[in-house]
Design a protein around this ligand. Structure first.
Ligand SMILES: Nc1ncnc2c1ncn2[C@@H]1O[C@H](COP(=O)(O)OP(=O)(O)OP(=O)(O)O)[C@@H](O)[C@H]1O
Length: 756
């Protein structure tokens, strides 16, 4: 900037053209001359705008019609631009002269006292410089994002702007001698210069606020003084002492301006246009390369398709060959399987024969078990035989296991064949490998076949061994059968003996049906002596028969006899009860029969059986057991009185009633059981049997009453005798001669008891 009083040589210093004499040239021409001499038209560009600021209006000196050009400030960078101004690119110095001449011609000037050609406007020459460059990353101040996209060899543009300002004169209005319109000019000039001075002052003082918006001059120069720009100020003064104050003011202005500290910054930015072109070129190259690659791929694909077809043809041939081989192998496999099946059939036949043998052995075991004597011997034989059979079975199992192994071998052969099939499928690329595998498989198959043949041979040998062992077993079986035959004959003899015993027992029972069992023989009741004297002969006969029974009993054993009480055969059951009844007649057997469970079996028969003979004979047996004092309590505890009463209520058979009455009569002999007898209905049943009217029944009833009364007489002193059945008996019975004595004795006892 050239600052100074009017006529002091600002325009002379800055804007002189010096077209013919280079020494006459001002800073504008010299600057452009210097730029043009150092620039390259390939990479660099220089253009100028020539403006004037007149009355706070920006005008284009190169195109005077453009007036009031707006001043635009970039919000981001703070750069000032004048969008409406002409920007003319400079090619050479002549062009510079031409443009500056145009601008000079259009500049507003007026005569002042100070200067006949005083510049009344601020002339501003803006030189736009642009230099293309390529800067590596380390030297670049560009943002990281830009470098991420274009990592190296970036097309960059260095931009610069040189403003050469020829300010209007800075003198005061009065001194300049301006009048009218010129006063207005002077005011605007002073306004802009004053605001320029304020800005310089603020910059010199590092004030936070620079008042650049006060005038258009400071707005245009905003990015050209202070901050990042380099500013040079030419101060022009007049040598005359008359202009002392102006000179002083100008110099002070210059001094303040010297205090302004600037920090220059290089302005560079990416040349996006060039970059775009470059990228576009690269895209074109890549597209053509891609098309070329696609073409190549297409050709390769065609070649590969051709090869694939050829491979498929060869693969088809290979598969055909493989299929033929597989068929051959499967045929061999079928043959092997049929051989295995034949062997299996033979083995099954052998097994069937062995099963038959086992069945026969089981039958033999059944027969042998029937005889206890021979059982142990037969068992030992059977054990030996079973062991032998188990061994044979083990051998058979071993053979079966071997056979299963053969089957497993066969299945593994199948698996191998399937693997071979898979491998054949996979062997698209290698026929040789396929053939070698098939050859190997054939070898394995041959080996397996040989192994199988040898195993079959060994099986055959084992089968022949089995056959010889089977013959030995047959011999043993024959001898065992002969022994069983002998055992059966022996058993037949034993069964004959049992039959004979049954018959003899039947005879004894027939006799007994007319008498009683041992109960009448025992002498616990009243009237016993008379009865014994009358039946003495019978008893002698019975005694002989009981001897026979005792012998059987000793031979067979009580448990076995008692077991027959539960026989399914009614005839056997009846005879068994009869035998037990006779045994119970003996004092020695009575307790033992109860201990061995005979009483339970008899009571069970009384409860469950519907057979009258069973009822009769069982009642006799219970009556005999009831003769024993210790048995009486057991009978009562097991509900014997209740069961006897139940039988008595169901039957009208005098023999049965006689035996039931006898049993209850025996129980009546035990004073401890009287309450239970009453509770279980024994006394009531005894009394109810009077309805029979049969002498022998009445006799037993009377005996029971006598036993009861005899016991009651012993306890009468401790309580009152309740004997309600006596009158009923008197009323119901008739007195036979045989029983008269017994009944008299009974009644006398009853009455004596009642009296007490
Ligand atoms: N160094 C110099 N040598 C010879 N002549 C000079 C010199 N400086 C200025 N002049 C002459 O002085 C006159 C006034 O100069 P100039 O027009 O450059 O002053 P100015 O400061 O630009 O005035 P204004 O501010 O009014 O335009 C001109 O005729 C110029 O030729």
């Amino acid at each position: 900037m050239a600052y100074g009083q009017t006529g002091t040589g600002k325009t002379y210093t800055v804007g002189r053209l010096g077209k013919d004499d280079p020494s006459e040239r001002g800073i504008m021409v010299r600057a452009l001359e210097h730029i043009l001499s150092s620039m390259s038209f390939e990479t660099d560009r220089v253009a100028i705008s020539y403006l004037q600021l007149y009355l706070e209006s920006v005008q284009d000196l190169l195109d005077p019609e453009k007036t009031n050009i707006p001043i635009v400030e970039d919000a981001k960078t703070g750069e000032i631009s004048l969008p409406g101004a002409s920007i003319v690119e400079i090619k050479d110095l002549e062009h510079v002269f031409h443009l500056l001449q145009i601008g000079e011609a259009n500049r507003h000037a007026a005569n002042t006292k100070m200067n006949t050609e005083s510049s009344r406007s601020h002339a501003i020459l803006i030189i736009h410089l642009q230099r293309s460059s390529r800067i590596k990353e380390e030297n670049s101040s560009l943002s990281n994002d830009t470098h991420d996209i274009f990592p190296d060899d970036l097309p960059l543009v260095l931009k610069s702007k040189l403003l050469i300002v020829d300010l209007a004169g800075s003198e005061r209005i009065d001194k300049s001698g301006s009048e009218g319109h010129m006063i207005e000019e002077a005011k605007f000039i002073n306004l802009s210069l004053t605001s320029l001075g304020k800005c310089i002052n603020a910059l010199a003082e590092n004030s936070p606020h620079i008042p650049t918006r006060d005038s258009k001059l400071t707005r245009i120069l905003r990015d050209s003084f202070g901050g990042t720009a380099r500013t040079s100020l030419v101060v022009t003064i007049g040598p005359s002492s008359r202009h002392y104050s102006e000179t002083s003011s100008t110099i002070m202005f210059g001094q303040r301006a010297m205090k302004v500290v600037n920090t220059i910054k290089l302005k560079e930015e990416v040349d996006y246009e060039t970059l775009y072109k470059k990228v576009e070129r690269e895209v074109d190259q890549l597209t053509s390369e891609m098309e070329r690659q696609q073409k190549l791929m297409k050709n390769e694909k065609m070649q590969l398709d051709k090869k694939l077809k050829e491979s498929e043809g060869s693969f088809h041939d290979l598969r055909m060959t493989s299929n033929i081989r597989i068929e051959n192998l499967e045929k061999e496999k079928c043959q092997l399987e049929s051989a295995v099946k034949t062997l299996m059939r033979d083995l099954e036949e052998e097994r069937g024969q062995n099963n038959l043998l086992s069945e026969q052995i089981a039958e033999l075991e059944k027969l042998v078990n029937e005889n206890k004597q021979q059982q142990l011997e037969n068992l030992s034989r059977m054990k030996i035989f079973t062991d032998t059979t188990k061994e044979h079975e083990k051998e058979m199992e071993e053979l079966l296991r071997q056979l299963q192994e053969e089957r497993r071998c066969s299945s593994s052969l199948k698996d191998r064949m399937s693997v071979l099939q898979q491998e054949l499928c996979d062997a698209q690329s290698s026929t040789q490998l396929q053939e070698s595998m098939a050859h190997e498989l054939e070898k394995k198959l041959t080996k397996v076949t040989e192994e199988f043949t040898s195993q079959v041979q060994s099986l055959k040998e084992k089968i022949s061994e089995l056959i010889s062992e089977k013959e030995v077993i047959y011999e043993e079986l024959k001898s065992t059968q002969e022994k069983v035959q002998q055992e059966m004959l022996h058993r037949q003899g034993l069964e004959d003996q049992i039959l004979r015993l049954k018959w003899s027992t039947s005879d004894i029972c027939a006799e007994e049906s007319k008498t009683s069992y041992g109960m009448v023989r025992s002498g616990s009741g009243l009237g016993n002596a008379a009865f014994v004297s009358k039946s003495g002969k019978i008893r002698e006969a019975l005694s002989g028969q009981r001897g026979t029974i005792s012998k059987i009993f000793e031979e067979v054993g009580l448990p076995n006899v008692l077991a027959l009480l539960k026989s399914e055969d009614l005839d056997v059951q009846i005879h068994a009860v009869k035998v037990v009844a006779n045994l119970a007649a003996e004092d020695i057997n009575q307790e033992r029969i109860v201990e061995e469970g005979g009483l339970d079996a008899l009571l069970s028969l009384l409860e469950t059986s519907e057979n009258t003979t069973i009822h009769r004979v069982t009642a006799g047996a219970v009556a005999n057991l009831a003769m024993n004092g210790s048995n009486q309590g057991v009978i009562m505890n097991k509900g014997g009185a209740r069961l006897l009463a139940n039988v008595a209520s169901k039957t009208e058979d005098p023999q049965t009633l006689r035996l039931v009455a006898g049993a209850i009569a025996n129980l009546c002999g035990n004073e401890k059981l009287h309450l239970m007898l009453k509770r279980d209905g024994g006394i009531k049943a005894l009394l109810g049997m009077v309805r029979s009217g049969h002498a022998e029944v009445i006799a037993q009833i009377a005996r029971g009453i006598a036993n009861f009364a005899k016991c009651e007489s012993r306890v009468i002193s401790q309580g009152q005798l309740n004997f309600p059945f006596v009158p009923q008996m008197f009323h119901s019975c008739f007195f036979s001669g045989e029983l008269l004595q017994l009944q008299l004795e009974t009644f006398s006892l009853v009455y004596s008891t009642a009296k007490c």
